[in-house]
Each structure stands twice: as structure tokens, then as C-alpha cells.
Design a protein around this ligand. Structure first.
Ligand code: GRF
Length: 223
């Protein structure tokens, strides 16, 4: 029997990835309980998404804290108080301090809208578009102290089409983000992610080939 992993989602904006996670939980594709959603910005629409589904949502404004670590200490305490095992970053526009990362060792995931290790940092989609790559994509990874560089869990690849704009490419990537993030959390929930140095080994069976619209590694069950 699968357990439910307790997660806390951190965001700063619209929260479409949060919505994908909520939908996956409600549809029985993700064995997780979202204990809390936290935003550093009170205007983040992701907070409304959480409240619409009865999920506790909190604003923790970073302004007014004397240091990054002072903020992160309060944030970590909030997550621990809510029983969070896995921290899920979903568009949280803040760098995390070493204190925070060490507080949740191998228990923080992030989604980056580029094929790591290319195009780290802000606006991965824009960087890829402007560079002129033929394939772009997204990456779910564990968080280490470097920027967007922790061990990779899942990546999805999309083509860059001739008529693309930055926006159309970002939208194509986002569709894949919504597929792979819940899947990565589910693999964690099932205890199937084993970190070996830089690599994440996915144990067990039950993965099918992906479809033609994206190359996903490891493959996803048919959807
Ligand atoms: C996504 O592009 C994600 O890859 C990045 O931040 C964005 C969040 O979007 N880390 P949303 O708030 O989930 O819609």
C-alpha cells in the first residue's frame, strides 16, 4: 500500500504547477497530502488556488527580515510545524539559504523551465529561445546549494518550432511541467528515488514509454 507524502508548496506567482499537483492528488494519480502552501507575495494567485481546494495557505513576506537566513528560519519552522516532509518549489522566486537546504536534506524539489544544466537562473525558456536551440524542455531536480543544479529526477523535451515565439515555447514547456512535476513527487512518495552522487536512480517497475510529443526520461505511464 502506498503512503501519502506530506508536502509543502512554496510559490510566488500564478501557481499553475501547484494546480497540476492539486489535480493529480484529487484524481488519485499522486499519493500526497498538501499540508501548506506558502507565498512570499500576498498577491500570488497560487494562494487562491490553494484556498479554493481547502488547503491552508500562508503569506510570509520576505520584506522586513534582517537577512535571508532569518526569513528561511521562520519558513522552515512553518513547514516543520505543518508536518512537511518534502518541500516543493513551484515558482518560488527566492534563493534559499544553506541553512534551509540543510534543514531538508534531499527533501526539496524544484522545477526549472529548461533542460538542465543548460540555461540555469531566471527565464530559462527565454534563454533557450534566444539561443536558438532546436529542443527545449523542463527539469525536476532535487535542490542543492548551487542554482538549478541538483540531481535530476525527470526531464521532458519539447521541440522549438519555426513559428514559435518566446510565449508559445514557454506554453509548450509548461504543459510538460504539469505532467512531470506530479510524477516526480509520486516517485518520491513511492520511495523509488535513490540519489547516488549527481545521479538519481529510479527503482522499480511500472514505467511505460512516453509519447511522441515529448521525450520524457524516465518514461511516464500513458496518460
Ligand atoms: C514555471 O515556469 C516553473 O518552471 C518556474 O516558475 C514557473 C512557475 O509557474 N520555476 P507557475 O506559477 O507554476 O504557473
Amino acid at each position: 500500500m502506498s503512503r501519502k507524502v506530506s508536502i509543502g508548496v512554496l510559490l510566488s506567482g500564478g501557481g499553475t504547477n501547484l494546480q497540476a499537483i492539486i489535480d493529480a492528488v484529487e484524481q488519485g494519480r499522486l499519493d500526497a497530502c498538501i499540508r501548506t502552501v506558502v507565498s512570499n507575495r500576498e498577491t500570488a494567485y497560487g494562494l487562491t488556488r490553494a484556498r479554493n481546494h481547502g488547503i491552508p495557505a500562508a503569506v510570509l513576506d520576505h520584506r522586513g527580515f534582517p537577512s535571508r537566513e532569518a526569513y528561511d528560519r521562520v519558513l522552515a519552522e512553518h513547514l516543520e510545524t505543518h508536518g512537511v516532509e518534502l518541500v516543493v518549489l513551484a515558482g518560488f522566486m527566492r534563493l534559499l539559504s544553506p541553512f534551509f537546504i540543510q534543514s531538508f536534506p534531499d527533501r526539496i524539489m524544484n522545477i526549472h523551465p529548461a533542460l538542465s544544466p543548460s540555461f540555469a537562473g531566471l527565464h530559462g525558456q527565454r534563454q533557450a529561445f534566444e539561443y536558438g536551440v532546436r529542443f527545449a524542455g523542463c527539469t525536476v531536480h532535487f535542490v542543492s546549494e548551487g542554482c538549478d543544479e541538483g540531481p535530476i529526477i525527470i526531464q521532458a523535451v519539447v521541440p522549438v518550432l519555426p513559428d514559435d515565439t518566446e510565449e508559445s515555447l514557454a506554453q509548450r514547456i509548461l504543459v510538460q511541467e504539469h505532467r512531470i512535476y506530479p510524477r516526480a513527487i509520486q516517485l518520491y512518495s513511492e520511495g523509488r528515488l535513490v540519489i547516488e552522487g549527481r545521479k538519481v536512480k529510479v527503482t522499480g517497475d511500472g514505467v511505460d514509454a512516453g509519447d511522441e510529443s515529448a521525450m520524457v526520461n524516465p518514461p511516464m505511464p500513458g496518460q
